[in-house]
Every structure is written in structure tokens, then in C-alpha cells.
Design a protein around this ligand. Sequence first.
Ligand code: ATP
Ligand code: MG
Length: 384
Amino acid sequence: MEKVIIVRYSEIHLKGNNRGFFERALFVNMEKSLGGIKHEIRRSSGRYLIENFDESQTDDIVESLKKVFGIHSLSVGLKVKSDMDEIFAAAKSVCSTEGTFKVETHRADKTFALNSMQISAEIGGRLLSQFKNIKVDVHNPQFTLSIDVRENGTTLVFNKSVKGAGGMPVGTSGRGLLLISGGIDSPVAGHMIAKRGMAVECIHFHSYPYTNLQARDKVIELAKVLSQYTCGTKLHVISVTAIQEEIHKKCNGEFMVTLLRRFMMRIAEKIAKKVDAQCIITGESLGQVASQTIEGITSSNSVIESLPVLRPLCGFDKDEIIERSRAMGAFEISIQPYEDCCTVFLPKHPAIHPNIEEILKEEEKLDVEGLVNFALSTEETLKI
Ligand code: ATP
Ligand code: MG
């Protein structure tokens, strides 16, 4: 009798001829997520089995796999020879000792002596005589004991399933560059896009020495949380200090955020193209703050030359974003108090509905290309 973990895919089965591609991506991502833990992953007709692991690490494996997109559900179970006594022994050890239950059998091996109804009836009967406090209820059971008689002479027996992360395996929908700040929103935006199968790299802008090194560490910590779902990531760190100083010196202070946003987008597009990312991702949510009015978004969007900008949080309330931030494990880090670069030189009254003529007039006072190139020269890339 061997402990195994059964991994069922989510949307992968919908992908027809592409199925092999999705299955391989999922395999690679599970391997990455279980790096450092002894295990073997085997494919077994439309699902994966995790085998040969140390039983004391079962929970660690399940916790890691719960963060891998493309997994519909997971069950910890037992693998035995397809033999009724062995199946019963396994059923006994995964069965709850009280409550109502039913036995559900799937029989892929049509040569097995009993059919699925007979297997369920026989094992159910034996369990009833073994445990005095369980009762059959086929309509509304408190637990379902599942038996899966495979074609290869082995049978899987398990009691419950836990929900996986759903979505599609990261790496099957291209690559995007996420603008990550130290706030709540951007890590959630990255998580949502990764769930649709996109590999995510991150870019962060800082204003050191106006912002401190703790602010940078916080972003690194957030990228680490995100990387559990994106199967690793890279963080490109860029200084916009010179840009903010120039804007502060030469432009109308009301436009600090608007102008800075436009610089961030220009730089992000350059880095995206360099790393073969096909889009830019931000954590903007319509109307949330002054820079996220439709005019603000239009202004920062208009400097982008060719890549699409995905804003998965656009229609969400802050409450909904916070709920997702907690669920992905980022919230406690995001609420640490270190300052983001946007708050440096922040005007008392930022332009809420910036108009493009005014912005262009302010921008004429700056050497835009020179500042972009200088910022690019400060790039540091961290492998997370
Ligand atoms: P967040 O919680 O992600 O910081 P926010 O509600 O604070 O978002 P803004 O500060 O207006 O909103 O930022 C909007 C988006 O712009 C962010 O979600 C992020 O994608 C990007 N952004 C803002 N500041 C930075 C930064 N310093 N580095 C990289 N991206 C940034
Ligand atoms: Mg922010």
C-alpha cells in the first residue's frame, strides 16, 4: 500500500489537440513547485500521480501544488494492487470512523472480476461491519469513499478532494511584464493574469534615496509570494529618481504623478520588448485614486507604442482586491508602511482629470528620451 497524491487538471481537457502542450507545461510547473522535495510525477490516463515521496511531507506537497495553476483538484489516497482484500485494507485506512457515506467506484479495467456497482456494494458492506458509527446515505453522504480501478492492475482509494487553484498552466498563454509597486493591487493583478496561463516578469520603479531600502525589500518579498504562483519570476528594478527630480525642478507640481506614470509606461514597454513580453500588466482599478481616472489611464496609455496593457483589476472594488490579496498570501506584506516612489514629491492637489495638451506642454520642458535611457541604465535584474 503506497501513499499517492492524485492531481486532476482543470481546463486542460478542453484544449483538444493542444492537450499535450498543456499537460507538459503543467508537469514542468509541478516539478518546479516541488523543487527540493523528493517525489516522482507519473501521468496516468488524464491525471497525474505524485508518488515515492516521504509521507511526512504530504502536507507540504499538497500546499505547494495548491498554488499551481491548471490543477482542478487534489486527493491524497492510497495505491494498492487491484485485489478486493487490498482495496478493503486501503478503504479501511482512509475511511472516516463516523458519519454517513457512500462508496463510488470507477472501473477502467473491464477485466476485473466485479463491476463497479459490485465493488462499491462489497467494500461498503465490509466497512459497515468494521465501523459501528458509519451509515450509508447515497443521496447526501458526509463523505464519499472513491475507488478507482486502473487498467494497469493498480487501484486508487481516496476519501476527499481539495480544490486546486484552477486556471491554466503558467507558460501556456505567453509572457507579460507586471508593473509591481509595494501596494496591494499589483501583486493581485499578476496573480490573476498568471491564472490565465501567462508567465509573469515584474518591473519595479524606486526613488532611492528618497525611498528607503525597506521599500525595495518589501517589493522583493511580494515578488516572492507571486513567484509561488508564477513558477518563478524576474524582478527588474529601475531608478526613477532622476526623472522625479527633473519633473520637480522644471514642471508644474500638479502633474508629477501623471508625468511619472508616462515615464513608467515608456520604460516598461522597452523592458517588455527586451524580455519578449507580449503585454504590460498593471494593478490599476478605475477611479480608485486620482491617477486612475479614465483621463489618467488615457494619459499613461497614450505613450505606449505597440503592446497591449492588461488591467485585470479595472472593475474591482478595493474590498474584492483585498480579499484576493489575503487569499494569495500577499496582504500582510503589502500593508507594511514603506513608501512607494509615487509619494515622493507628491503635490497637495494632483491633477485628477489631466488634459493631454497640458501634459504635452509640461513634457516639452523635459529631455524625455534622455531620461528614459538614463533610467534604463540603472536596471538591476533579480531572479526570484
Ligand atoms: P498598488 O496597490 O498596486 O500600488 P495603487 O492602488 O497604489 O496600486 P497606484 O499607486 O496609482 O495604485 O498605481 C497603479 C499601478 O501602477 C500599480 O498597480 C502598479 O501596477 C503601477 N505602479 C505604481 N507605482 C509603481 C512602482 N513604483 N513601480 C512599478 N509599478 C508601479
Ligand atoms: Mg501604489
